[in-house]
Design a protein around this ligand. Structure first.
Ligand code: SF4
Length: 328
């Protein structure tokens, strides 16, 4: 699992507000390997969903992609003409978002909504082939073929989200970005939809970026995890290693804040609030909340560094004996 299907380098997205520019994604770099399931976690406002939209080139005003590179195989997505990028969406990289199920057209049957996606991408199929493919897609996402003739209001939330997944995979994308795809669903349906997503990923041989804030869900669903804070990626690592030994102080606090069956005491929150991105603190953005902060943290922003194989951390505690990703 070593070749990269997606390479993200120094991705920057700003929101322009009356008060000034907000650096919502502040130079994020990572690789997604072929067949890999990568999780991105962080509190609300950490930049994870903004980064997902930017990868799809779907950032909308007041958001604006300010720089960086996104390579899907050899295609530089941020440099493609808009029409070419429109074709790559779904065919190369697809997004299933929390709100996707509300974006289904209420007056169109499921069949038509999938047909529209196929037509939009000039997929040439005979009517019989199209019907067969739509039926197969619906079965792949755990719906009966008869769902093709239903309208969205006849479907439960879980079924609607499955239709959205069917649309997202109708052109067999290599990368699926799932942004909190189950957060509007109850826990049982959440697990079923996550299982469906995993079956599809394996069937298609796709790679998945799963975005969320639920560390418990991540632990079950991804191979590798990236932790975001204040627009920065601050730690990455294999899911097991990261849970066994979180290195960044913020990741450690996130782990402590997880409810545990073994721990008797109540789960603790992380003290303090995420800083306003309009007025980012100098130095490390986590320093006002960090129990390990020292002088250097207040003046110098730490870079994401490889501190051991498969572990990158942005923290001055690990500054020495490491190689910065930018320099690698
Ligand atoms: Fe804490 Fe300093 Fe590390 Fe930031 S760089 S997480 S303030 S120890």
């Amino acid at each position: 699992m070593n070749s990269s299907i997606l390479q993200v380098r120094d991705l920057r997205v700003n929101y322009y507000t009356r008060q000034g520019a907000v650096r919502a994604v502040n130079g994020v770099s990572f690789d997604l390997h072929t067949g890999e399931r990568l999780g991105l976690v962080g509190e609300s406002g950490s930049g994870k969903s903004t980064a997902a939209l930017a990868l799809m080139r779907l950032s909308r005003a007041p958001g604006k992609i300010e720089g960086g590179q996104v390579l899907l195989d050899d295609l530089s997505l941020l440099e493609l003409p808009e029409e070419r990028m429109r074709q790559i969406r779904l065919a190369g990289i697809a997004l299933v978002s929390q709100g996707a199920m509300n974006s289904l057209n209420p007056v169109a049957r499921v069949r038509r909504q999938i047909e529209d996606a196929l037509r939009d991408h000039d997929v040439k199929l005979t009517p019989r082939e199209r019907t067969e493919w739509i039926g197969e897609l619906l079965e792949r996402v755990g719906l009966p073929r008869s769902a093709a003739e239903m309208y969205p209001h006849q479907l439960s939330g879980g079924m609607k989200q499955r239709v959205c997944i069917a649309i997202a995979i109708c052109l067999r994308p290599k990368v699926i970005i799932a942004d909190e795809p189950t957060s509007a669903l109850d826990v049982v349906v959440q697990h079923q939809v996550m299982e469906t997503l995993e079956t599809i990923r394996a069937d298609l041989g796709a790679s998945v970026i799963l975005i969320g804030h639920d560390m418990g869900l991540m632990a079950q669903a991804v191979d590798r995890l990236g932790v975001m804070y204040a627009g920065n990626l601050i730690e990455t690592g294999g899911i097991q290693e990261l849970f066994d030994e979180p290195l960044h102080p913020y990741t450690r606090l996130l782990m402590i804040s997880l409810p545990s069956l073994e721990r008797k005491e109540a789960a603790k929150g992380i003290p303090g609030l995420m800083p306003s991105l309009l007025n980012r603190p100098t130095g490390c953005p986590f320093h006002p909340r960090c129990p390990d902060a020292f002088d250097r943290c207040r003046v110098e922003e730490p870079k994401l560094q490889t501190v051991r194989p498969n572990r990158d951390v942005a923290c001055h505690l690990y500054w020495d004996n490491s190689t910065s990703r930018e320099a690698a």
